[in-house]
Design a protein around this ligand. Structure first.
Ligand SMILES: NC(=O)NCCC[C@H](N)C(=O)O
Length: 419
C-alpha cells in the first residue's frame, strides 16, 4: 500500500485518486468550422456529454475512487496565491495570443476576476464579446478586426482528455509539451494547478519535465519543438515505463523522461515503441491499454509494425543504453517478469476491428486488476474481453468519443497502487 499522497505505480493496480474534466463551455465553442482545428471530429451535444461523463464519475466514486475535477482544481489554485493568478494570466495572455496592443489591458482586467471565473475562461476561452474590447478598437488591430464571437483567448476543448497534458510516472509528474497548437495552453493550466494548489504544494513528488519543474521554464516558443503526450506514457510497473513514439511524442522527449526517471531511481527501463503517425492512432493508448496484470487490449495492425527499443541507464552519468527488442510484447513480458501477456485483439472482422479501434475500442481504463471501464458501443471487443475474464463496465460514449478519446484518455490518475 502506497503511503505517499501521489504516485502512479502501475496501469492496473487499485486506483485511488484521479483527475477528470467535466464537459463544459469549451465544448460549446466547437462549431462545424473550427472543430477540425480544435482536434474534434464532430460537434457535441454538450448536455448529453455531461450525463455520460457524470455516469463515469459516479461509478468510480461508488468504488471508492477519489475523483477531482480539473476546473475546480484550477479555480482553487488560482485563488491560492496572488502569484498563481498573475502567472496564469501572464502565460495565457501574451503578445502572441492577444497582440502587443491589448496585452496589458487584458492582463489587468483578468487579474481582477475570481479564480472561478478565470478558470472557466482559461479552459472555455474568451470571446471579444465577453471581454468587452470595444474601447480598444482604435488602439488594437486584434480588437478592431475581430467579430464579436472571435476568441481573445482560445477555448481548450481537449481538456476533456486529462491524460495528455500532465502524466504521472511513479513518484513524479511530467508537464507535457503538447504537439498540436490547439493543446499547448492546457499544460499551462496543469502547471498552475501543480505549482499552486494546496493539495500539491508541500507534497513530495518529482517533476520529470520540464527538468527543473520550474514554472518559469515554460516557454510557449520552445513548446513548438518538443512533443510528448500522456496518452503515450505508461508506468506499467516493475520499474518500467512504456512510451509510444507517435504523432505526438518524439524520441528526444522520451530520452528526457528516461534520463530524469533513471537519475531519480524511479525507473530502470523505458520501452519505446513505434506507433504509426496517423490520426486514428494518435497515441499508444488508442491501440494498446492494459486490462489486468497479464492482459492487454491491442489493435493487431499496430503490433505488426511495433518496432521496439529498450532504454536503460548507460555506464556513465546521464547516458543511456539503447537496445533493439525482438518485439513489443516480448519486451513487456520480460519487464513484468510474466510468462505470457494475454493480448486480446479488437473484436469483429477486419472492418469491425477498424471501426471499434476508431471508436476507442482499445482504450480501456482500469479501476483495479481485471476491472475496466470502456464505451458501450464497442460490443465486439467488450464481449471478447469478457470471454477472457475481464470485467468490463460500460459507459455511453456517443458524445464523449467525438474528439477521439476513451476512458483512458479522459483520466489522469494521480494515485494508483502497484501490481
Ligand atoms: N490519450 C488520448 O488518446 N487522448 C485523446 C486525445 C483526443 C484529442 N482530440 C486530440 O486529438 O488530442
Amino acid at each position: 500500500m502506497t503511503t505517499a499522497a501521489f504516485g502512479v505505480h502501475s496501469e492496473v493496480g487499485p486506483l485511488r485518486k484521479v483527475i477528470v474534466h467535466r464537459p463544459d463551455m469549451s465544448l460549446k465553442r466547437l462549431t462545424p468550422t473550427n472543430n477540425d482545428k480544435l482536434l474534434f471530429d464532430d460537434i457535441l451535444w454538450v448536455e448529453h456529454a455531461q450525463k455520460e461523463h457524470d455516469r463515469f464519475v459516479t461509478l468510480m466514486r461508488e468504488r471508492g475512487v477519489e475523483v477531482f475535477y480539473h476546473q475546480e482544481l484550477l479555480a482553487q489554485a488560482l485563488e491560492a496565491t496572488p502569484h498563481a493568478k498573475r502567472n496564469a494570466v501572464e502565460q495565457a495572455v501574451t503578445h502572441l495570443t492577444v497582440g502587443p496592443a491589448l496585452v496589458d489591458a487584458v492582463r489587468e482586467e483578468l487579474s481582477t476576476w475570481s479564480g472561478k471565473d478565470l478558470a472557466t475562461h482559461l479552459i472555455g476561452g474568451l470571446t471579444k464579446e465577453e471581454f468587452d474590447v470595444r474601447g480598444f478598437d482604435t488602439r488594437s488591430l486584434v480588437a478592431a478586426s475581430a467579430d464579436p464571437q472571435q476568441f481573445v483567448l482560445p477555448p481548450l476543448p481537449n481538456s476533456l482528455y486529462q491524460r495528455d497534458p500532465a502524466a504521472w510516472l511513479y513518484g513524479g509528474v511530467s508537464l507535457n509539451p503538447m504537439f498540436w497548437h490547439a493543446r499547448l495552453l492546457e499544460t499551462m493550466n496543469q502547471s498552475t494547478i501543480y505549482h499552486n494548489h494546496p493539495m500539491f504544494t508541500g507534497e513530495d513528488f518529482s517533476y520529470w519535465y520540464p527538468p527543473s519543474g520550474d514554472e518559469a521554464d515554460f516557454d510557449e516558443e520552445d513548446f513548438g519543438k518538443a512533443a510528448l503526450e500522456g496518452g503515450d506514457m505508461m508506468p506499467i510497473g516493475n520499474g518500467t515505463v512504456v512510451i509510444g513514439i507517435s504523432e505526438r511524442s518524439t524520441p528526444q522527449m522520451i530520452e528526457h523522461i528516461a534520463l530524469a526517471t533513471f537519475a531519480a531511481g524511479a525507473a530502470e527501463r523505458v520501452i519505446a515503441v513505434n506507433v504509426p503517425k496517423r490520426r486514428s492512432y494518435m497515441h499508444l493508448d488508442t491501440v494498446f491499454t492494459f486490462l489486468d496484470v497479464d492482459k492487454a487490449s491491442a489493435y493487431l495492425p499496430f503490433l505488426e509494425t511495433a518496432v521496439t527499443h529498450s532504454l536503460r541507464p548507460g555506464d556513465r552519468d546521464r547516458t543511456l543504453d539503447v537496445r533493439p527488442e525482438r518485439g513489443f510484447v516480448d519486451a513487456v513480458e520480460d519487464a513484468l517478469a510474466i510468462s505470457r501477456l494475454d493480448i486480446i485483439p479488437t473484436g469483429g472482422d477486419d472492418s469491425q476491428q477498424a471501426r471499434e479501434q476508431w471508436d476507442s475500442g482499445n482504450n480501456f481504463f482500469a479501476l483495479e486488476p481485471g476491472v475496466v471501464v470502456g464505451y458501450h458501443k464497442n460490443q465486439f471487443t467488450n464481449r471478447k474481453l469478457r470471454q477472457h475474464g475481464v470485467d468490463v463496465i460500460e459507459i455511453e460514449g456517443f458524445e464523449l468519443g467525438k474528439g477521439r478519446g476513451g476512458t483512458h484518455c479522459m483520466t489522469c490518475p494521480i494515485l494508483r497502487e502497484g501490481i
